[in-house]
Design a protein around this ligand. Structure first.
Ligand code: XMP
Length: 326
């Protein structure tokens, strides 16, 4: 794709010039945007880039491992994964309000990330260099929806924009700021990232915390991870990954309903499937998934995830419903 090739070339050149011999830190979220932004910067400045992935314990099944493996294989970048799940889950105990969840996760993220930053700073200082920049995978729609654009209202406090410490001594590098998601994916492919990573569905920074309605507990996370993995697997099998923008799976943690599974009455949790089509997440329509795919998903979830006895489908467009339930 010649357009994206040009984007890469221009960005690489600009980043090199701006950064010089200084070093750069990047927070990887496990998502496409930060991975592509980091890969782009890595292409420009190689081992002057230091990536940090804060594992908040709210990622999907296999996600951290995939980034550790595939991202590093494709870019050769320096990546440190920090397992902070116990800290995050501890602070989230008993919390049910969505904005409160976001605040806590944002705050803890900053704390953990700043520690990682200090570690990188110390290492770099040993070689007589300084760290001058922070990479962010901000896209054009993020800029608009977080109120950075003209006349846009702040709908949810997305923490990948403006959520980082304000007293940062670093300048921001935001190489994707003018791009939409489909363009970011093309840039990712251009940079040699694997399709699996590039075509991964958008996933919110606060992760599964926004997809458990009610309190977040390790048990609920495990249930949701299992259901989510089945949904992603079936959508991939059905070749639907590129038609669907996202399919959040939402666990109604505080709702129970009666079911009959095996030869007994159960009193389990419902999950909601939220498949949507969209161009940029600002508006969305519910995806008309084929009935046989829905049937397979429903059968597999209720057979394989003991605690779930009901699978429901969200058929609301955005607006009025947002994509995530929280
Ligand atoms: P909503 O739910 O507002 O989501 O329709 C629009 C897009 O943004 C993602 N999203 C988030 N991303 N931090 C993020 O980094 C957040 O707090 C957050 N909330 C929603 C959502 O997955 C969708 O792609």
């Amino acid at each position: 794709d010649w357009t994206m090739e040009a984007v890469v070339e221009t960005q690489v050149e600009q980043i090199r010039e701006r950064v010089g011999d200084r070093h750069v830190i990047c927070a990887l979220s496990g998502g496409v945007d930060s991975a592509v932004a980091a890969a782009l910067v890595s292409r420009a400045i190689g081992d002057q880039l230091h990536c940090v992935l804060v594992d908040h314990g709210l990622m999907r099944q296999g996600e951290v491992e995939q980034v550790e493996r595939d991202f590093v294989a494709a870019t050769g970048a320096d990546l440190r994964v920090i397992d902070a799940s116990e800290t995050f889950l501890g602070h989230l105990r008993g919390v049910t309000d969505p904005e409160q969840k976001r605040k806590i996760i944002g705050r803890e993220f900053i704390r953990v990330f700043e520690q990682a930053e200090r570690d990188v700073l110390a290492e770099v200082a040993e070689s007589g260099r300084t760290v001058g920049f922070l990479v962010q995978g901000t896209l054009y729609p993020d800029v608009v929806e977080s109120g950075g654009g003209e006349g846009a209202a702040n709908i949810k406090s997305h923490h990948n924009v403006g959520g980082l410490p304000e007293d940062l001594a670093f300048e921001l590098i935001e190489p994707l700021r003018a791009l939409f998601k489909d363009e970011v994916r093309k840039v990712g492919i251009e940079l040699g990232l694997p399709e699996e990573l590039v075509w991964r569905q958008p996933f919110p920074g606060p992760g599964l915390a926004l997809r458990i309605i009610g309190e977040i507990t390790p048990e609920r996370l495990e249930i949701l991870r299992a259901a989510d993995a089945i949904v992603r697997d079936e959508l991939t099998q059905a070749g639907l990954d590129r038609q669907i923008w996202q399919c959040p799976v939402v666990l109604l943690g505080d709702v129970r309903s009666v079911g009959v599974q095996g030869d007994g009455r159960t009193y389990g949790h419902p999950v909601v499937l939220r498949p949507v089509t969209s161009e940029d997440a600002m508006t969305a329509d519910w995806a008309r998934l084929p009935y046989d795919v829905l049937a397979r998903i429903s059968n597999r979830i209720t057979n394989e995830v003991r605690e779930i006895n009901r699978v429901t489908l969200d058929i609301t467009s955005k607006p009025p419903g947002t994509i995530e339930w929280e």
